[in-house]
Design a protein around this ligand. Structure first.
Ligand code: ZN
Length: 246
């Protein structure tokens, strides 16, 4: 990791040198700066070239911070957008005088949360509408994730000789999925926000661990034999994983 000071910000970057002719600088969705440079260029020369691009890098980094900031400050109010199976839905909150229970549904391009009026009164005094709505949406995501993930597991599992264990959909902070020695498959409920072809990649990835409990060449060959374009899906997840935060 290299770093230099620019205005008030410290810019850190990773440098990869290879047999290439030009220098390239990129900033990913997490704010990592990656520099690819020709072998013949000295680190000092690379630094000089990067410094010339400082304002561009800083601009990109601010943009990333903005996006991350927005993600963390998601509001549970009318008009906020939510992802479900890769599509965007606009939150619409409805108070209902007849219904007794809170419900979450998708209608057209809307994610509709219905709150019974009786409950709404209670909520105003208590923990707040937004928290109630957030919890309701998370509960709904988890229910949807269970159904969808099991459906996707079922459609791929017959390709594998070893029987899988139970499928568990749960809260996981850092991982999208995992497969344990006994074949238990665990998935992060947040993947329900991703397009189905991404869910398929995560499902196939974990199922392939039934055969190989590592990420060696044979493992990836197996993934590729089932999903020839798995690299595109993997890349999507790397780039857009942040989208799956609430
Ligand atoms: Zn893995």
């Amino acid at each position: 990791m290299f770093a230099f000071q620019y205005n008030t910000s410290k810019i850190e970057y990773n440098l990869i040198k290879s047999k290439r002719k030009t220098i390239s600088i990129s900033v990913d969705s997490k704010g990592n700066v990656l520099v690819k440079a020709p072998l013949r260029l000295s680190d000092e020369k690379v630094l000089e070239l990067i410094k010339n691009k400082s304002s561009w890098i800083e601009e990109k980094l601010l943009l990333v911070q903005d996006t991350i900031g927005q993600q963390q400050e998601r509001q549970y109010k009318n008009g906020e957008t939510f992802y479900y199976l890769g599509n965007e839905y606009v939150l619409k909150i409805i108070e209902d005088t007849v219904k007794k229970r809170l419900s979450v549904n998708i209608y057209d391009d809307k994610l509709v949360v219905t709150i019974p009026t009786s409950k709404a009164d209670f909520i105003h005094e208590g923990i707040g509408n937004e928290t109630i709505i957030k919890l309701a949406i998370i509960k709904w995501y988890k229910q949807m994730a269970k159904v969808k993930i099991l459906e996707r597991v079922n459609s791929y599992e017959n390709l594998f000789a070893k029987k899988r264990g139970p499928v568990i959909v749960k809260e996981q902070k850092k991982r999208w999925g995992s497969c344990s020695q006994d074949g238990t498959l665990r998935f992060n409920w947040r993947i329900i926000m991703a397009p189905e072809y991404i869910i398929d990649y995560i499902v196939v990835h974990e199922l392939c661990h039934l055969k190989y409990m590592n990420h060696a060449r044979e493992f990836w060959n197996l993934v590729e034999s089932i999903l020839p374009d798995y690299k595109i899906r993997k890349e999507w997840l790397k780039k857009n994983g942040i989208m799956l935060e609430l």
